[in-house]
Write a protein that binds this ligand. Structure first.
Ligand SMILES: Nc1ncnc2c1ncn2[C@@H]1O[C@H](COP(=O)(O)OP(=O)(O)OP(=O)(O)O)[C@@H](O)[C@H]1O
Length: 403
């Protein structure tokens, strides 16, 4: 079990950073703590203030106000002592190309005060742990991105830091290297190392992090475990309906009617995914995919429950059913299972995609949704159901507009 007792190893209190000649704070009163043996995800859109926060904590930048402590040491007052307790793995390769991989590790260890002998045996141990022993004396230039990332993490561990800052640790890595790196991060957690992780690959990281702080415009929007965030903000399930409203109907009124159903926490209109020429849009799994069994059951229950009238069931039978794997779905979440062909609609003309965030089982809602649609003479083209994800929470909090 990770040891999460004892005083926080990272403490940030009312932290402020205003860059010269800027008219807004890049970090604007941020507060959080990270315990030993905790993996803390610091997430936020581009420009939210993550790098600035990490820059202050790692002594690269000076705060304008507030406090930042590493292992109880104020980074501003005593940066050298703070640095001895932390390590940073940057997103981009900053290995010393004039040295071999082994020499990179030995150099880093001696820089941090280890005697030569100890530094060499530490390097040996880390090369072994990261599967680099065979490649320890090659030229750095010959290293792939994955090998370089492994070596950078190994290098960060030479002085046994109490806290490790990882910036996009698995960006552009193959699945094997990702697994290795997540495995190493897990082991560090078991040893009581605190890890502060910044990444945009939230759904991947959600499986690893203990708590998440989501920041935007330098402020903390929320801080909790991924499970609590997903449950609390995004709802229990997500149901995406692609519908063709009756010609005289108002799409917003139709979306609002669906949003008013019991068990719906929120309804939002989404852009329709672009359909590739002649193919299934979105590339999502259909009934045979991850959500297939659940969806078949859902369709059966919605039918057996008798909530929908005969017309509604006919509409349901004609709709494409797909599973979504809990993505925020802004780039084509709904696989339409050939519904466009059955519907006879040319292109996406007149169609509407409504996302319902549910506080209930989708099966319990589906009949009522179909009744609303048939009551308004709308056609149901596709149903896409899935679990909400951390990325859904992120979009909910920070919006869909690119920064
Ligand atoms: N050296 C600088 N001088 C002036 N403004 C800066 C400087 N560095 C960052 N900023 C601004 O501070 C704000 C926070 O930037 P920061 O790089 O910390 O965000 P971020 O969350 O790390 O973004 P990303 O995900 O793109 O790395 C942004 O508005 C950015 O433009």
């Amino acid at each position: 079990m990770p040891s999460r007792d004892g005083p926080a190893v990272v403490e940030v209190a009312d932290l402020v950073k205003r860059y010269p000649r800027s008219d807004a704070n890049a970090v604007d009163g941020l507060s959080f703590t990270v315990a030993p043996g905790e993996i803390f995800g610091l997430f936020g859109p581009n420009g939210a203030g993550k790098s600035t926060t990490v820059g202050i904590l790692t002594t690269r930048l000076r705060a304008t106000g507030g406090r930042a402590l590493i292992g109880g040491v104020d980074v501003r007052r005593d940066p050298a002592t703070a640095r001895a307790q932390l390590a940073v793995v940057p997103q981009h390769n900053n290995l010393d190309r004039a040295l071999t991989p082994r020499q990179n590790l030995v150099y880093h260890a001696t820089y941090h005060g280890l005697p030569r002998r100890e530094a060499e045996s530490r390097a040996e141990e880390l090369l072994d742990r990261f599967g680099l022993t065979e490649r320890a004396d090659r030229r750095i230039e010959a290293y792939s991105g994955g090998l370089a990332q492994r070596l950078m993490i190994a290098r960060a561990l030479t002085h046994e830091p109490a806290v490790l800052f990882l910036d996009e640790p698995t960006n552009a890595l193959d699945p094997q290297t990702r697994l290795l790196i997540w495995g190493q991060i897990r082991q560090l957690r078991e040893r009581g190392v605190a890890i502060v992780l910044t990444t945009h690959a939230m759904n991947e990281a959600a499986r690893m992090v203990d708590r998440v702080g989501i920041v935007d415009q330098g402020r903390l929007l929320t801080l909790d475990t991924p499970e609590n965030l997903v449950r609390g903000l995004a709802g229990d399930a997500i149901l995406d309906l692609t519908v063709t409203p009756a010609a005289a109907d108002d799409p917003d009124a139709l979306a609002a009617a669906l949003g008013g159903l019991d068990g719906v926490r929120k309804a939002e209109r989404l852009a329709l995914p672009a359909a590739p020429a002649g193919g299934r849009p979105g590339g999502r799994p259909g009934l045979a995919g991850a959500g297939g069994a659940a969806l078949a059951a859902l369709a059966a229950r919605a039918g057996a429950g008798g909530r929908a009238g005969a017309g509604g069931l006919a509409a349901l039978a004609g709709a494409g059913l797909t599973g979504r794997n809990g993505a925020a779905g802004h780039n084509g979440a709904a696989g339409r299972g050939g519904a466009a062909g059955r519907n006879g609609a040319a292109g996406d003309g007149g169609r509407l995609r409504v996302r319902l965030h549910l506080a209930t089982d989708p099966a319990a809602l589906l009949g009522a949704a179909v009744t609303v649609l048939t009551g308004r003479s709308a056609t149901l083209n596709a149903i896409d159901v899935g679990e909400p994800s951390l990325e859904d929470v992120f979009i909910e909090l920070t919006g869909r507009e690119p920064r």
